[in-house]
Design a protein around this ligand. Structure first.
Ligand code: F6P
Length: 546
């Protein structure tokens, strides 16, 4: 038996022994539970005491992490080894947030720390020129709007962080367009002036059709305004690992910002892909966000597993996913500005961990990637929280809650925080039948007996709380990096590669075949797909006839 399967089996046995113990009982038995089960890092408090686990569970989970060679994988990541084995690439998004004076890291003989800072400074300099008006449009007017065109990792990170950091916005409006549905670009451009608009085309590959379609449509919009092609260099810039392809689109070399192949798309907000964020919030705030992420990296790489926030987050997920067979996880920021956090996390977590083969091509031996969903609190309390409280499924929650507001309405903010804490407590404690019976004592006995079971809350529903002292760039950087590392650790434990995404390729290939068939030819698919294509043709023939 290997150390890995040994650790796995020990956890299974431990689960069988302890599954009857409820969270209520755990808290009643140990007044120090919170004290022993929370960590504080800078402005972040991570409380994991409301989970179905004890010190033994944590020890066994840490043993599993050791047996899965997590320490070696972490070291390999730091060293720039090619741990993205299916694409033969290093994984070095952490290098993007290293300080300029950090020890060199060599990838294929090149010191990438100086390369990172060179490209970061170039991108920040362009952002500064846009903000202070040094870089004006072709007719000499200062730029008022930046439209960022990208999808997936080239969109979600900067879009989410730009929204989250609304109080730091500067003097240029930043918009995001990702969808090939023409409504997205059309609506975004309504009211914008081509003379004062800059487009940033973001695509690591510079081959993603959604992004290229939108980029060509944006260029047509610019030309249709009667502006000359000689002005494209002032109105279009690009971020890509394929600098030549971006230049072929017509973007001037000094407006192409390079990213490296060792930055995965969903880990790329820290690279020049963050340009719209740099423009939205300015250099100082962007650098603080990098510093926050770096602080989490340092904690992750240097802290023993038992006190290591991202490792604990990952191990707790593994505990529910593989040993308690949870049905998903919901991540709920109690912050309107963080409302895009969960869509960002969807890609990070589910594109990374939705794999059924191990890194060496074998079938996985356990359930991998969980279903991660969520929405902003308190809104989701009035939507899907009923299922969390009284449904039959096990769905652990991450509550993310800023402790202060800068908008000044402390009463509203206090109400919002109180709701987050109350939901976590209610999920954990539940309400017993006896307690409900007492509450309903005034009702006639028949009515009470009918109603009481429906008002019973099973409780024992787990959650983490991640509290930040305020929603600053530094704290946002820490939080994002914590979830990135959580994803990596889960990938190591499940023995899958969290840095590739072959699964999204097949649908893309089929779309290439189907697109021309929507216009002409005899489609030869299954009867359903053929029927859908026929319906499209009918609808479009009808709309042309009108
Ligand atoms: O969805 C697949 C994917 O490759 C993502 O991993 C990536 O973030 C996105 O498409 C966009 O890719 P690119 O930046 O190359 O346009």
């Amino acid at each position: 038996m290997t150390a890995y399967s040994d650790a796995w089996q020990a956890l299974e046995a431990h689960h069988a022994d302890t599954q009857h113990v409820t969270l209520r009982e755990r808290f009643a038995a140990d007044a120090e539970r919170f004290n022993n089960m929370h960590e504080i890092l800078h402005g972040l408090l991570f409380d994991y005491s409301k989970n179905r686990l004890d010190e033994n569970t944590l020890d066994l989970l840490c043993r599993l992490a050791e047996a899965a060679d997590l320490p070696q994988y972490m070291q390999a990541m730091i060293n720039g080894e090619k741990i993205n084995t299916s694409e033969h690439r290093a994984v070095l998004h952490t290098a993007l947030r290293l300080p300029a004076n950090a020890q060199p890291i060599y990838v294929d003989g090149e010191n990438i720390v100086s390369k990172v800072h060179h490209e970061l400074n170039r991108t920040l300099e362009f952002a500064r020129q846009l903000l202070d008006g040094t870089h004006a449009g072709i007719t000499g007017k200062p730029i008022t709007d930046l439209v960022h065109i990208g999808i997936g990792g080239s969109d979600l990170g900067p879009r989410m962080a730009t929204q989250a950091l609304q109080p730091y916005w500067q003097n240029i409006r930043v918009h995001f367009v990702s969808n090939s549905d023409d409504a997205d670009l059309t609506q975004t451009l309504l009211g914008l002036n081509p003379e004062t608009t800059v487009f940033s085309i973001a695509s690591k590959s510079f081959r993603t059709p959604e992004t290229l379609l939108n980029a060509y449509a944006a260029r047509t919009w610019y030309r249709d305004a009667g502006l000359p092609d000689s002005g494209i260099y002032r109105h279009f810039c690009a971020i890509s690992a394929d600098v030549a392809a971006a230049q072929n689109f017509g973007i001037s070399p000094d407006k192409v910002f390079a990213m490296s192949d060792w930055v995965g798309g969903r880990y790329s907000v820290w690279s020049p892909i963050g340009l719209p964020l740099m423009v939205a919030v300015g250099e100082k705030a962007f650098r603080k966000m990098l510093a926050g992420a770096h602080a989490m990296d340092t904690h992750f790489f240097e802290t023993p597993f038992r006190r290591n926030i991202p490792v604990l987050m990952a191990l707790i997920n593994v505990w529910y996913n593989n040993f308690q067979h949870s049905d998903g996880q919901t991540v709920v920021p109690y912050s309107h500005n963080m409302r895009l956090f969960t869509p960002w996390l969807n890609q990070l977590d589910m594109e990374s961990l939705g794999k059924q083969r191990t890194s060496d091509g074998q079938p996985v031996s356990c359930t991998t990637g969980g279903i991660v969903f969520g929405d902003e609190g308190v809104n989701c309390q009035h939507a899907y929280f009923q299922l969390l409280h009284q449904g039959t499924r096990l769905i652990p929650v991450d509550f993310i809650v800023p402790m202060t507001t800068i908008y000044g309405n402390h009463r509203q903010h206090r109400f919002t925080v109180a709701n987050a804490f109350a939901q976590a407590e209610a999920l954990m404690k539940g309400k017993t039948l006896d307690e409900v019976q007492i509450e309903l004592a005034a009702l006639p006995p028949d009515e009470r007996d009918r109603l009481a079971p429906q008002k019973e809350f099973p409780g024992n529903r787990p959650s983490n709380s991640l509290l930040i002292d305020s929603l600053t760039p530094f704290n946002l950087g820490m939080l994002m990096a914590a979830y990135e590392h959580r994803t990596f650790v889960q990938g190591v434990i499940w023995r899958i590669n969290p840095f590739d995404q072959w699964g999204v390729e097949y649908g893309k290939e089929l779309a290439k075949t189907i697109e021309p068939e929507l216009e002409r030819g005899t489609p030869a698919h299954d009867s359903s797909t053929n029927g859908l294509i026929a319906f499209y043709r009918n609808c479009n023939a009808a709309s042309k006839a009108v």
